[in-house]
Design a protein around this ligand. Sequence first.
Ligand SMILES: Nc1ncnc2c1ncn2[C@@H]1O[C@H](COP(=O)(O)OP(=O)(O)O)[C@@H](O)[C@H]1O
Ligand SMILES: [Mg+2]
Length: 254
Amino acid sequence: MIIAVTNQKGGVGKTTTAVNVSAALALSGCRVLLVDADSQAHSTKSCVKDPNSNEKSLYDVLMHPEQKIQAAIMKSTIPGLDVVISRVSMAKLESSLLGQIDGHFRLKDVLEPVRERYEFILIDTPPTLALITLNALVAASHLLIPIQASYLSLEGTDDLLETIEKVRRVANPKLQILGILITLHDSRTNIARDVVERIQRVFGEKVFHTYISKSVKIEECPAYKESIFTYAGNSVGALQYKKVAEEILKRAKN
Ligand SMILES: Nc1ncnc2c1ncn2[C@@H]1O[C@H](COP(=O)(O)OP(=O)(O)O)[C@@H](O)[C@H]1O
Ligand SMILES: [Mg+2]
């Protein structure tokens, strides 16, 4: 299963979700690869000890597909979780691949040789619908869409759904929405309740039963290069991300 964690809005919890869901799946015994496709490299920085010690990153592999993706894979601080690291060079991808006929298929192609080695591959995408995100949508079998439980959070989902439809039509007919994850949820506010209702009206059964609450512990753990499970294993956030991983495992079986 190749899951792209995507939403072109920034700050909705894509990276946090990509790292912690990957960690939960790895801790449950699955072999997991996290692909950091964002030039900000937040996933990389959240769970890889010394990413600068590795010469190659995702950009190099995408630009020179004859090179093996293994060159950009590092061990994370989480047992069982490998990471395809990213660097700021990813920001050049769009212009570097301009006019390349296979520009949208590079990520799919480079992942092919390692697909069988991992039960789950998660792709953390940048806050845009540009070329790198399209690469992720073409490479993915499933989408995990985090939506923040706040005002205007559904703005832009029409564009995302339209893009998904286009990708299905021209490149990846089997692409499915695995689930919508409500993030940064604050149960004390009326606005959160309204937004959750609206999200459920739009996406129905696709919405995960578990919501991720706003939590200081979740916000803190990247600074220590830890997942929520080692940083605050008994916290609400740890329990919620564990439950989301369980929902994913259940949906993966169907
Ligand atoms: N559940 C949460 N509770 C508190 N802070 C969160 C939570 N999820 C994410 N954050 C924080 O919000 C910011 C944006 O989250 P991030 O995962 O980087 O979003 P994105 O990748 O969509 O831009 C980060 O500072 C992150 O630590
Ligand atoms: Mg991010």
